[in-house]
Design a binder for this molecule. Structure first.
Ligand code: ATP
Length: 452
């Protein structure tokens, strides 16, 4: 999947520094220093991620210019993910940006690892945020399981209870979290998502609780943590099952006391957030105290919502296929087509190891590659895929070594290695990413690219 990142900053040196850093990782990285050029740039194509300086005009720090640009970006038919940047560690301004639709914020001068992680996360979330229609993505499905899930969401959303969402990769856990927030009393506040699996242990505390200027070598300015930024709203702690035990202890203390102490601060700050967490760990692992602390679990799982895998609600497949085919037909300006009866039958019987995310990618592929009057099974690129549910998959090393000797392209070798690693871990993205030595976000991009 391509990744187009735009850096909007009036300081050309800052923009160039970010561009040099990011262009090694992303397909296209553009810079723009004059806000007047934004409409023309958007007319040529909307970026996937925009790094937006909030204090655009030199010497002006009220952020009004940056917020106006944010509104313009968010009003696009397929809006980009926006990461707000501020040089002033201005928490109210960052919070205002989050309320108006920015997905994240960073303070300047930034930490390179943190900047890359923020862009990676924005790209990984792009699908869920863009969803289908403009605005909030809809949790689709009319199967009994989905109707029950939606009824549960409607009844727990208005309460202040912490909710834990369980389910395999790609089932829609983040959409569930967004639906809970949207139907809660906190909907006017922000929903801030944090990928706990991707947070390096060394920066965990500063990311979540913030820090004071000078509290460690890289702390060049005060920084608000995620807890402070989500004040009055909800904090979505994704991939909670991948947190190291030491980090779990720190999170537990914050939740028990309902306050956090930024690194270097002498007193704690009260926090007012509702926690929605998610994990793809199966419940046996989650209840294993060597993996996850029981006391933290009990803080987080006041309410547990289970999102069933797609293979357990096959009746939703036609609806989801129609939805995503229509979406991509419009996006790529392709004619509307039906799915052949034979293909529909096979698609409904397919096990969808990557769940709705995989279905969505398969639809995008079919729209781009489909040549005939009707979509056929081949257009969805599933027949050739290595079934993730395959048991006793060969170790990755064998797969790559064996294929490297043949006449496969580098791309094909990469695809085989990824599919085999996923099979090895039963579709667990986090474990597969770790084994392959790439971030979860990078793995998602590669899954999209290879249509897995
Ligand atoms: N019920 C649904 N209706 C429409 N789209 C859906 C549904 N469930 C998931 N999707 C789409 O599938 C993709 C994956 O969804 P989401 O990110 O919410 O899954 P997840 O369970 O949080 O995944 P992961 O565990 O891998 O982070 C997104 O593009 C989302 O919009």
């Amino acid at each position: 999947m391509s990744s187009y990142v735009l850096i909007l900053d009036d300081d050309a040196d800052v923009a160039t520094a970010a561009q040099l850093l990011l262009r090694r990782r992303y397909t296209q990285v553009a810079t723009l220093c004059d806000p007047a050029g934004v409409p023309a740039l958007l007319a040529r194509g909307v970026p996937d991620v925009v790094l937006l300086d909030l204090n655009f005009t030199p010497g002006r720090i009220n952020g009004a210019e940056g917020l106006a640009l944010l509104d313009l970006l968010r009003s696009q038919v397929r809006p980009p993910a926006v990461i707000a940047m501020t040089a002033y560690a201005d928490v109210p301004l960052a919070v205002e940006a989050l309320k108006r639709g920015a997905g994240d914020f960073i303070t300047k001068p930034w930490d390179n690892t943190r900047l890359i992680a923020a862009v990676d996360q924005a790209l990984a979330r792009r699908d869920a945020v863009r969803g289908g229609a403009v605005g909030a993505p809809e949790l689709m499905g009319e199967s009994r399981a989905m109707r029950e899930l939606k009824a549960l969401i409607a009844s727990v959303a208005p309460t202040e209870a912490n909710v834990m969402v369980l389910g395999e990769n790609g089932v829609g856990k983040e959409l569930v979290a967004r639906a809970i927030h949207a139907a809660s009393r906190r909907a006017v506040g922000t929903l801030l998502a944090v990928d706990m699996g991707a947070l390096p242990e060394s920066t965990f505390e500063s990311e979540l609780f913030g820090h004071r200027k000078g509290s460690f070598t890289d702390a060049k300015a005060d920084r608000a943590g995620r807890f402070q930024a989500a004040r009055g709203g909800s904090l979505f702690l994704d991939e909670i099952g991948n947190m190291p035990l030491a980090a779990q202890a720190k999170l537990l203390t914050a939740l028990e006391r309902r306050e956090v102490t930024p690194i270097g601060a002498d007193k704690p700050e009260a926090v007012d957030v509702r926690i929605i967490s998610a994990t793809n760990l199966d419940e046996a692992r989650l209840f294993d105290p060597s993996v996850f602390r029981a006391d933290l679990l009990f803080r987080l799982n006041t309410i547990v919502l289970r999102v069933p895998p797609l293979r357990e609600r096959r009746e939703d497949v036609p609806l989801l296929l129609r939805h995503y085919l229509t979406l991509y037909q419009q996006q790529y300006d392709r004619p509307a087509r039906n799915i052949s009866a034979a293909a529909m039958d096979m698609l409904v019987r397919h096990d969808w190891p990557g769940n709705v995310r995989a279905l969505r990618h398969a639809c995008e592929r079919a729209v781009i590659l489909g040549q005939h009057g009707e979509y056929s099974m081949a257009d969805f690129g599933l027949a050739a895929a290595v079934p993730v549910s395959a048991s006793a998959a060969e170790p990755v090393v064998v797969a790559t070594a064996a294929t490297a000797g043949g006449d496969m392209t580098l791309d094909a070798i990469e695809r085989t290695a990824i599919a085999a690693t996923l099979a090895q871990f039963n579709g667990n993205i986090s474990h597969a990413a770790k084994t392959l030595g790439i971030s979860r976000a990078a793995l998602y991009r590669k899954l999209g690219k290879h249509g897995i």
